[in-house]
Design a protein around this ligand. Sequence first.
Ligand SMILES: [Fe+2]
Ligand SMILES: [Fe+2]
Length: 232
Amino acid sequence: MTIQSLEGAMRTRNVGEIAATLPGATAVFRRFRLDFCCHGDLSLETAAARRGIDPAEVELALKALGSGDAPTPVASMSSAELIDHIETCYHDAHRHDLPELMALARKVEAVHREHPKVPNGLFSTLQEMQGELESHMRVEETALFPMMRVETSAELDRAIGALRHEHDDQARLLHRLESLTDDFTLPEGACRSWQALYVSTAQFVADVMEHIHLENNVLFPRFAATEQTIEG
Ligand SMILES: [Fe+2]
Ligand SMILES: [Fe+2]
């Protein structure tokens, strides 16, 4: 996408749609703390207003992305390719990352339990996240995604609605991780484990947001449209 093609209508476009079609946009939205995954249907202008940010600043950062070597936008992948991408880059990655994060959180909470900035409850929140994600991803992998690969099921709309609700629950847990860690702000003199815990947990939060975005804003709408067509 060229810089010229982004001009004018950018602030009236939905943040989810921008995130799906402009490579690098999700990192910009994260930097400005705009919710592009569970509230991807908001316009850039509205999303920025909710955070008290000038939308022109966000537009400027998004337009700067147009000048680099851009990877293929996820919106142009086929549904089967997108499902493979989600399973490999997010489902497998979360399963790999969470046990290490939980071990680090348990260690930091125990070793630094007297420290005023210790992130009390981080381990239990990560454990809750692991339970939520595991059952959610299993439903996607064993029920929803196989149906989407053949695109014939009338159950899709109902299943998608339920999974969107679970995404909202996951987003609440992500916000709890951010508030428990004061947005991953390390105290003076934090040990290496504490540093690793915050860097890795911040990356995990970013990965889950990207994961939810790909499903809510790119994959699921394709099948909601199919369902309406079937019923119509
Ligand atoms: Fe998923
Ligand atoms: Fe999901």
